[in-house]
Design a binder for this molecule. Structure first.
Ligand code: UGA
Length: 473
């Protein structure tokens, strides 16, 4: 098929690159010429494991990029994957969606049926608004010349290719039969175990695993839009819950690693998204929970659980600063080293990262900050330029004369830092590992005063980075 993907961010680039790998001809359209030039030169416009080589392979043969919407004219399917950031009040800003839709409308082909698919996370009812913008501007008729479908994206940054090729489910909201048929055809290959196996070998993902195809779920437009918000909010609630349990575990001297493992053995609960942290953050959960909450309030059906999860998450960020404060007595003129600025590893995305909240709070309390991230320092500096922090070229340097190190993001390379050398460079060798990620036994052997979250290191010497399976018989 001929595909156009509007937006060269996470959704557009990954969708365009993956569909071109499946044999479709894809044009990624973006207003930013730098991103367009990068894709045409075989470069990924974002840092995402595996994407660079996929774009390099496909660019110029089946994958193209342009600032022009011309390719919409020939497209069978147009994916809209532009950003929907938060407005001041927390509701979703749909201005990029509306602008992109208007430009699509100007390029629709009256002699060719086109399916316009919204992949961005949009409030319930947006697909209908998009339909009416398309009708008004193009003068064409929905159902006759085009149809709008909702196909929410469930990929996680850092695992985007794995999630696109091997999703649990593909959700399609559509009312038009022709649109449903075309999307079934488009996704048919994603349902074939033999093709999935080939992809797995080519990309080195999920090798040797049984290739179960995803569930292909068709529903109405509004339900599809809601599935996305309800899913993200549920995951955010789940993390807030385990983070509160972690705080409770500290208070009662239980071990949250054992507790999360024991909970996860119940298949109704599942063992995913029970990893303790300084709180969830990033470009999706904060904006989606905010929009869902505000929409629920507008409809007189306040989602009090989502509201509580948002509040609890903010408290979790502050809890980290309080723990360091407790340890040091005062933060005034203290030097704090921060490991990790991105909201999670394997991404360069620093939008709404918890690191910014923690750092801002440390500064308010009089501390000075020296920070490191393997991929996110440039982006962090761009989005938080006002924060007076020292950027370090290596993780080891955050230890220089530091009173505390806080590991915020569990980048794998932080395990391999020269912790012995760091210990010598610190004024006070205290490490707070907010992801329970480091080898606590080794770190403590080096003389560090190590703390994780949700368990008392003195009470049990097990390595927090490994689940303790000693009692499983
Ligand atoms: C999330 C969803 O997981 C995706 O399914 C969805 O497509 C995406 O939002 C989106 O709406 O576009 P993402 O934000 O990339 O994906 O990252 P996650 O892996 O979900 O992590 C979100 C935050 O929760 C991160 O700060 C992460 O460190 C934190 N987290 C995650 C925890 O603190 N504990 C966990 O157990 C899992």
């Amino acid at each position: 098929m001929n595909i156009a993907c509007i937006g060269a961010g996470y959704i557009g680039s990954v969708t365009g690159a993956s569909l071109s790998m499946m044999g479709h001809r894809c044009t990624i359209i973006d207003i930013d010429p730098a991103k367009v030039d990068a894709i045409n030169a075989g470069q990924s416009p974002i840092y995402e494991p595996g994407l660079q080589s996929l774009i390099q392979e496909q660019a110029g043969s089946r994958l193209f990029a342009s600032t022009s919407y011309q390719s919409v004219y020939e497209a069978d399917v147009v994916f809209i994957g532009v950003g929907t950031p938060s407005l001041e009040d927390g509701s979703a800003d749909l201005s990029f969606i509306r602008t992109a839709t208007a430009r699509v409308a100007n390029h629709l082909n009256p002699d060719h049926f086109t399916v316009i698919v919204i992949k961005s996370t949009v409030p319930v009812g947006t697909s209908e608004e998009v339909t009416s913008i398309l009708e008004q501007i193009s003068g064409l008729e929905s159902g006759e010349h085009f149809a709008v479908a909702s196909n929410p994206e469930f990929l996680r940054e850092g695992h985007a290719l794995e999630d696109v090729f091997f999703p649990d489910r593909i959700v399609v909201g559509a009312l038009d039969d022709r649109a449903k048929e075309m999307l079934r055809e488009l996704y048919a290959e994603f349902m074939r175990p033999d093709i999935l196996e080939t992809i797995s070998l080519r990309l080195g993902i999920r090798e040797g695993q049984v290739m179960a195809p995803p569930v292909y779920f068709e529903t109405d437009l509004r339900s599809a839009e809601m599935i996305k918000y309800a899913s993200n909010a549920f995951l955010a609630v789940k993390i807030s819950y385990i983070n509160e349990i972690a705080r409770m575990c500290e208070a009662v001297e239980a071990n949250v690693l054992e507790v999360a493992y024991g909970m996860g053995l119940d298949s109704r609960i599942g063992n995913q998204f029970l990893q303790v942290s300084s709180g969830w953050s990033g470009s999706c959960f904060p904006k989606d929970t905010a929009e869902l909450l505000i929409a629920s309030q507008k409809h007189g059906q306040e989602l009090s659980i989502v509201k509580a999860a948002i509040e609890s998450n903010y408290r979790m960020h502050l809890y980290i600063v309080d723990k360091v404060l407790d340890k040091l007595g005062s933060l005034h003129n203290r030097r704090i080293g921060i490991l990790g600025l991105t909201f999670k590893p394997d991404t360069d995305d620093t939008r709404h990262t918890q690191a910014a909240v923690l750092i801002r709070r440390f500064i308010e309390c009089g501390a000075s900050l020296q920070v490191h991230d393997p991929k996110g320092m440039e982006n962090f500096c761009q989005t938080n330029g006002e924060l007076p922090v020292t950027y370090c070229h290596s993780g080891e340097l955050v230890a220089e004369q530091a009173d505390a190190i806080v590991l915020v993001t569990h980048w794998l390379e932080y395990k391999d830092l020269d912790w012995g050398h760091m210990h010598k460079r610190m004024k006070n060798p205290y490490v707070l590992d907010t992801r329970n990620f480091l080898d606590s036994v080794e770190i403590r052997k080096l003389g560090f005063n190590y703390e994780g979250l949700g368990w008392i290191a003195d009470k049990g010497e097990q390595d927090a980075s490994r689940p303790t399976l000693s009692h499983v018989v």
